[in-house]
Design a protein around this ligand. Structure first.
Ligand SMILES: [Zn+2]
Length: 332
């Protein structure tokens, strides 16, 4: 059937112009080719993909002058493409976070901007009772995340380690609680129980800071109270002497003390941050839960725990702290 179709096709105007031998030979070769079944070699997928690229490009683009130039000057086109890619990479560098070790100065500026935003967010929750006119980022001692300076009212973030937005906000909230207590004169002007008062101050900063973080950390589909609870439980476990991951178990092990890893400053910083008796940690949590205004919560904490004449029901808290202090002192 096919051969007859072919023979009918041949006597066209153009076929008549070619020599007859050639026409016959072509017909024979055509018939022969019908019988040959060459195995189809599958194309490699990448080649297939690349070969289909020109077909994907719209016709006007394929016929444009630029496409013509690319076809005529492939080397020049490669150079131009390379310049474009490097140019875009350079521009994106301004948008991507710098690494704290590789680009310390740029990281400091980056962290400072983020720190300012975090402090502003925490202050937004507090209101006009605390003021932080200056936020900085610079390298600090390894143990410190951030500091609040009561004389300059400045908050500083340690630029010597990486920060995630959530922990930046948590530290900003913690430092803002220090600002509330100091700027509203909630701490008693005494030095007799300085460590105890400092410990209450730090506990208020951690627990009330967790509440402020929860209120401020608003993400779609995320309940801030979960964040508060997680931060509070984490802080509580660090203060719990029975917890194998408490600050006491973690830092004041005989090995670390003997190696000289724990100096007096570290010992004292750990004591006032994580040496709080659990009844105090829980009582501070209850006060924060009852007061939605952070300044009112800080005032209530100070009125109950930062006083020389502690209520008899709270004396055991003070005594337990003094016992912990002696125990840490001996370990050190
Ligand atoms: Zn603190």
């Amino acid at each position: 059937m096919r051969s007859s179709t072919a023979s009918r096709r041949v006597p066209t105007t153009s076929a008549r112009r070619v020599p007859i031998e050639y026409s016959v030979a072509e017909r024979i070769s055509f018939r022969l080719h019908q019988r040959i079944h060459l195995p189809r070699v599958p194309r490699p997928p990448l080649r297939k993909m690349l070969s289909s690229v020109p077909r994907l490009i719209p016709e006007p683009v394929r016929r444009s002058r630029a496409a013509l130039l690319v076809r005529r000057h492939p080397a020049l086109s490669c150079w131009l493409a390379a310049f474009t890619i490097f140019g875009l990479a350079g521009a994106s560098r301004l948008l991507v976070e710098p690494h704290y070790r590789w680009e310390p100065e740029r990281y400091q500026r980056w962290l400072q901007r983020r720190g300012e935003r975090a402090v502003k967010a925490a202050l937004g929750e507090i209101g006009s009772t605390a003021r932080i006119p200056s936020v900085r980022a610079r390298p600090l001692t390894e143990w410190i995340g951030g500091t609040y300076d009561p004389s300059s009212l400045e908050v500083t973030f340690n630029s010597d380690h990486p920060w995630y937005d959530f922990f930046l906000l948590e530290t900003a909230s913690h430092e803002c609680v220090h600002a509330i207590i100091c700027q509203n004169n909630l701490e008693p002007p005494t030095t007799t129980h300085a460590d105890y008062f400092l410990m209450v101050h730090e506990t208020a900063a951690s627990v009330l800071g967790a509440f402020i973080t929860g209120e401020t950390w608003r993400q779609p589909g995320f309940d801030g109270s979960i964040a508060t609870e997680a931060l509070f439980q984490f802080h509580r476990s660090l203060c719990d002497p029975a917890d194998p991951k408490s600050a006491f178990a973690e830092y004041l092990t005989p090995d670390r003390v003997a190696s000289g890893d724990i100096d007096h400053w570290t010992w004292h910083a750990n004591l006032v941050h994580f040496g709080a008796p659990l009844p105090l940690v829980d009582a501070v949590y209850d006060i924060c839960y009852m007061h939605s205004d952070p300044t009112e919560a800080a005032r209530a904490i100070a009125q109950r725990f930062m006083r020389e004449d502690l209520d008899p029901r709270d004396r055991p808290i003070y005594e337990e702290f003094e016992r912990t202090r002696r125990q840490w002192d001996e370990a050190h």
